[in-house]
Design a protein around this ligand. Structure first.
Ligand SMILES: Cc1ncc(C[n+]2csc(CCOP(=O)(O)OP(=O)(O)O)c2C)c(N)n1
Ligand SMILES: [Mg+2]
Length: 1092
């Protein structure tokens, strides 16, 4: 318990208690009765109030925050009408198992003079819909109620909590001694009992066709890792329920389907064949994936946080009760104690193959309105791997659940518990808030969309980037489908809809309509690439739904899928012997991600260097390792595979972190001369290999060779500076006898390395921005694990190769691990890492910070740098223009500090513009290996297309292209624009390409205001001879660095470098980064009390 100081108002205390629970957002609608609470929120430094258009949506957003983070999401409403509006969402959270706290207002309760106007008994109303519901009758109870409500919402099985905060209680002054908060520690869950595990192991060993079924309760973070390892290492096939989907990647070749319809589908044939079902996380709210019968031959092991509820269709023979992740881990370890038995899994494999064949729609089927299976397939192809899809309730949900491969847990958010319409859009809004770096797509029917479309306005206000696919059949399609299945006439199902495009635009969103199937991919891709709220109407044809009607499906499968009896008559006896089988898990462990349908290909090791392409190892604990060659690195100009790189798995990362952690004492024990020698060794090696380094950079990043050579020189400088700084880690002695009481005291303050550092480096400076993380860590004596950008990992790997040979480097002290994003979470979340330093996009950076736990976080993020041309003397224009050209177009504009907004004093405007345009028009674009080339390819064609779109947007709105403005594949010409409306993407967001916008200004003060009118604040440049104006810029511009008489794009490697506002947190520049990697320890010295 901690005392907060006080007295304070109960509503203030409430907000402090929520802050103590690490609440970041409250979604809600204000009302007269919660005004005190809203006022208290106004001064919260942590919690953001997100005002929605309906309480139902607010609480659905809160529930989604809970669902994605495991921590209670919070929603707020007023009394009566607001509270009743939240009931559907309470049921949504409660049935779905999403931790959620609902706060409602109420009329005064201490002295009521109101009669019954607007009053409903909310506490009673929420009783059947929540785990905890209470009215606050005294402000002093706030801390305990909040802690208890959150605890109950979050503990297994999670759900809804409700607190009613009456108006007068909110207003009460709480005395100082009651102004406290209670520690929000999570209680560790009990683990399954050893004997229960042993019995389950015996049952698994004795059966012939085991099958794992993954349900909603298994959709917890740690459980997912454990289940995947279980399937990979033990080799038992699995299927899942709608809400268990994605817990194990659907591309895993042991996947045999998702229970999307009640029976008769492929998956049910697999389930019927199993003689042992291990049902993990079965949640009674989901339709059971199978019904047990008294005559059943199948045995069932129930693995869950709780014992199974008694049911006539579910009576498992054995239960493993306790933490699921631990239970599965114990099962796996115990099974591996002796050689695995031979199970006959051929029928499962056969069902899987037939199922995948059936799901594939081929390439030819182009029709409009679009067929649903085709849409599902296209969406999977187009959305990035780590996207979050939020589904509403309609017929399409069945198809997505059945046929959409989900790669990660909670990447396909569908609700098959309350299964309410109207949740898709609010959950997408919340998902984007929680996971800003992921693409978020809501998929809704016309009916469901109209129940929540008012929240488009909320998304627009929040400036979110989400895409909503409205699947329009002008009907309540799902019910129409059921009606047809019951052979009833079509009645009461058809809808008349608004013009969805005009409707979207009236709310400030961008409306799109797909008129031809061929337009779908481009429309969706461009929505995903362009930050805005996009509403895309897709006319949909549900004729395919007929094939999923129970009778039709049954008939189809009876003709096309062999029964187990028929199958085994045709198949030879199992080929595997016990020894072969025991090797199976190992082979599965090496299965390439994404290799789902391809099956049983050669192992990845055999591919190394097959076609003369060099394979690079990763470095784990200082040692090179190449267990695979999974990551292909392209030459960004030719688009050919230039290198292959071993890709680390989550287990490798785990091992690397353990090694770094273990190396902390050895790194700390290095003398400063040793740290210096390591760094100087690197300097020498880099000098020797400078041409090789530059060429690797030119190939992997498409960086013009001139710039590549420049970056190698900077790499050398950065290590050299670190070598020099490594011997200057000074501390201080300070007198402490500042009062008579402290007579005789003094202190020594010394810096100690903080421990293992987590580093994530970007694609645009693969060498030098990696160096800015690594070199200071070595200089202070911190071990580290580094994830280089997947598109440009080679620079970091060469540094790894050099470091592996360096003298004095302790064993295990460094790892450099290219890996997929979804396996890389440990870089952010693992508590053994003490500092997280990230350079990259703002959305990814801030998201990581939110999840970094106790780590110290340093973020170097984006910018849209401005350069002010205030004055220059005669003859100086010629010197300034090359600087501006460099600033805007250096390394094809892919620098966080490239000049994007050029502000030129009105009377100089035409002279500067004309000279700059002339110089820019001459810049050569093309092959980055050509020493004459100034503009090379961007990191991908997609990025070039994005720039093209942004420029087009500006032109459509009146901008003029002064030069450039054309794309050639991944190359975008050096482009200058003028007359660009200030709110265009190309001004507001980070261009990260060779485009600058020119603006004349009238008055220096105005120019400074324009520089500051940005969400970013990395660096700014000012050309002036006037010292007062330079000082004014330095004082007033909110950025990490002001560059006088040069462009903001200048960075000297020893300077303090970093951003304000959205641009980041903390500073790099070797000496400053070193400060981030140390902590201060004080030795307080007192005299012994006797004189010598
Ligand atoms: C709040 C709510 N009301 C009614 C239902 C019953 N219901 C389930 S799906 C559905 C039709 C959905 O229509 P639409 O959103 O257009 O999707 P479609 O099935 O046409 O793809 C209805 C009415 C429900 N699940 N939730
Ligand atoms: Mg519909």
């Amino acid at each position: 318990m901690s005392l907060l100081g006080g007295p304070m108002k109960a509503s203030d205390l409430f907000v402090r208690a929520l802050e103590n629970e690490n609440v970041d957002y409250i979604f809600g609608v204000p009302g007269e009765e919660n005004l005190d609470f809203v006022e208290s929120l106004r001064s919260s430094k942590r919690i953001k109030l997100i005002v929605t258009r309906h309480e139902q949506a607010a609480a659905m957003m809160a529930a989604t925050v809970g669902r994605l983070t495991g921590k209670a999401g919070v929603a707020l409403s007023t009394l009566g009408p607001g509270a009743t509006n939240m009931t559907t969402s309470a049921a949504y959270a409660q049935l779905g198992g999403f931790p959620t706290l609902l706060i409602t207002g109420q009329k005064p309760v201490l002295k009521s003079k109101q009669g019954a106007f607007q009053i409903v008994n909310s506490v009673e109303m929420f009783k059947p819909l929540s785990k905890f519901t209470k009215q606050l009758v005294d402000g002093g109870l706030v801390p305990a109620y909040v802690r208890e409500a959150v605890r109950r919402a979050e503990e297994e099985r999670p759900g809804a909590s409700h607190i009613e905060l009456p108006e007068d209680v909110a207003h009460q002054q709480v005395p100082e001694e009651e102004c406290v908060v209670y520690p929000a520690e999570r209680v560790r869950r009990p683990v399954p009992e050893v004997k229960a595990v042993a019995r389950a192991v015996q049952m698994i060993r004795e059966c012939a066709h085991p099958l794992l079924v993954v349900g909603a309760g298994a959709n917890r973070k740690l459980t997912s890792n454990m289940l995947r390892q279980f399937v990979d290492e033990i080799g038992i096939p699995f299927c899942d329920t709608m809400m268990g989907k994605g817990v194990i990647d659907s591309r895993n070749k042991m996947y045999v389907g998702t229970a999307a319809i009640s029976n008769g589908d492929y998956i049910h044939h697999a389930i019927d064949h199993a003689d042992l079902i291990i049902l993990v996380g079965h949640d009674v709210v989901e339709k059971p994936p199978f019904f047990m019968k008294p005559t059943d031959h199948r045995r069932v092991i129930h693995v869950n946080f709780f014992a199974a509820s008694v049911d006539s269709v579910y009576f498992p023979q054995h239960e493993v009760v306790g933490d699921i992740g631990n239970g599965i881990w114990q099962l796996k370890e115990k099974l591996k104690d002796s050689p695995l038995p031979v199970w006959d899994l051929r029928y499962f494999k056969y069902v899987r193959q037939e199922m995948l064949k059936n799901f594939s729609t081929g390439t030819g089927s182009c029709s409009m309105p679009m067929a649903l299976p085709r849409l599902v397939e296209l969406v999977r192809k187009i959305v990035p791997e780590d996207s979050t899809l939020c589904l509403d309730n309609g017929l399409y949900k069945v198809y997505f659940a059945r046929q959409f491969p989900a790669y990660t847990p909670n990447s396909l958010l569908l609700d098959n518990a309350l299964a309410t319409m109207g949740a898709g859009l609010p959950s997408a809004i919340a998902a984007k808030i929680v996971r800003p770096s992921h693409a978020v797509l809501a998929i809704v029917g016309d009916g469901g969309y109209m129940m929540a479309s008012h929240e488009v306005v909320t998304a627009v206000k929040l400036k979110l980037h989400i895409t909503v696919l409205v699947l329009n059949d002008n009907a309540y399609g799902m019910i129409k489908w059921k009606q047809a299945g019951m052979h009833m006439a079509n009645f009461g199902m058809d809808l008349t809809n608004p013009d969805f495009v005009a409707h979207a635009e009236s709310m400030g969103a961008r409306g799109h309509r797909v008129n031809e199937e061929s337009e779908f991919a481009d429309t969706l891709s461009s929505c995903l690439a362009t930050p805005a709220v996009h509403i895309v109407e897709v006319p949909i044809n549900y004729a395919a739904g007929a094939a999923l009607q129970e009778e039709a499906l049954k008939e189809h499968l009876s003709k096309t899928l062999l029964s187990p009896d028929e199958f085994f008559k045709r198949s030879p006896p199992p080929a595997m012997n016990s020894a072969e089988h025991s090797q199976l898990p190992k082979a599965l462990g090496k299965q390439p991600p994404g290799g789902g349908a391809g099956e049983d290909g050669p192992s990845k090791e055999s591919k190394q260097d097959v076609d003369g392409v060099k394979t690079w190892p990763f470095y784990l604990g200082g040692e090179p390792q190449a267990p695979n060659a999974d990551l292909e690195v392209y030459d960004k100009y030719t688009s050919k595979v230039a290198y292959r790189v071993a890709q680390a798995t989550a287990e490798d990362i785990e091992r690397a972190i353990a090694a770094a952690h273990a190396a902390e004492p050895a790194m700390k024990a290095l003398g400063s001369w040793q740290r210096k020698q390591i760094l100087l060794f690197c300097v020498e090696q880099f000098k020797e290999r400078k041409d090789e380094l530059a060429m690797a950079l030119c190939i992997e990043a498409g960086k013009p060779i001139k710039d590549s050579h420049g970056e190698v020189l900077r790499l050398i400088d950065t290590f050299q500076i670190a070598a020099e700084e490594s011997v200057r880690m000074y501390g201080e002695w300070t007198p402490m006898d500042t009062t008579e009481r402290n007579k005789g005291f003094s202190a020594i303050v010394r810096k100690f390395p903080v421990g293992a550092v987590s580093m994530v480096s970007p694609f645009n400076f693969p060498l030098n921005l990696t160096a800015h993380k690594i070199a200071p860590a070595i200089a202070v004596g911190c071990p580290f694990v580094l994830k280089p950008a997947s598109r440009t990992p080679i620079g970091a790997l060469i540094i790894g190769e050099v470091l592996a040979k360096a003298p004095h480097m302790p064993k295990g002290a460094f790892s450099i691990l290219p890996c997929k994003r979804d396996g890389a979470d440990l870089f952010t979340t693992d508590d053994r890492l003490k500092v997280l330093t990230f350079t990259g996009s703002p959305s990814a950076g801030w998201d990581m910070k939110a999840r970094a736990g106790k780590k110290h976080v340093v973020l170097e993020l984006g910018g849209n740098a401005a350069c002010v041309v205030e004055d220059f003397r005669e003859g100086e224009l010629e010197a300034m223009i090359p600087k501006l050209v460099f600033g805007a177009f250096y390394q094809s504009g892919q620098s966080c500090i490239s000049v994007q907004r050029a502000l030129i004093r009105e009377d100089h405007y035409s002279a500067v513009r004309d000279a700059w345009v002339k110089a820019a028009s001459k810049l050569k674009w093309g092959d980055p290996k050509d020493p004459e080339t100034f503009i090379g390819p961007l990191i991908s064609e997609k990025e070039a297309k994005r720039i093209e779109e942004w420029v087009q947007e500006a032109v459509n709105r009146g901008a003029k292209v002064l030069c450039g403005g054309k794309r050639h594949g991944a190359i975008y010409e050096a482009t200058l624009l003028e007359k660009v409306p200030w709110d265009c993407n190309i001004v507001q967001n980070e261009a990260f390409g060779p485009v600058a916008c020119l603006f004349p200004y009238d008055g220096y003060k105005k120019a400074v205001e324009m520089v500051n009118d940005s969400k970013y604040g990395l660096q700014a440049g000012v050309f002036t001879h006037d010292l007062d104006k330079a000082w004014y810029a330095f004082n007033e511009i909110v950025v990490g660095g002001v560059v006088i008489n040069h462009v903001p794009s200048m960075r000297i490697d020893a300077q303090a470098y970093g951003g304000s506002k959205e641009s980041g947190l903390g500073r790099e520049g070797v000496r400053y980064a070193m400060e981030d990697y140390v902590e201060i320890r004080t030795m307080l010295l007192s005299s012994p009390g006797v004189s010598i």
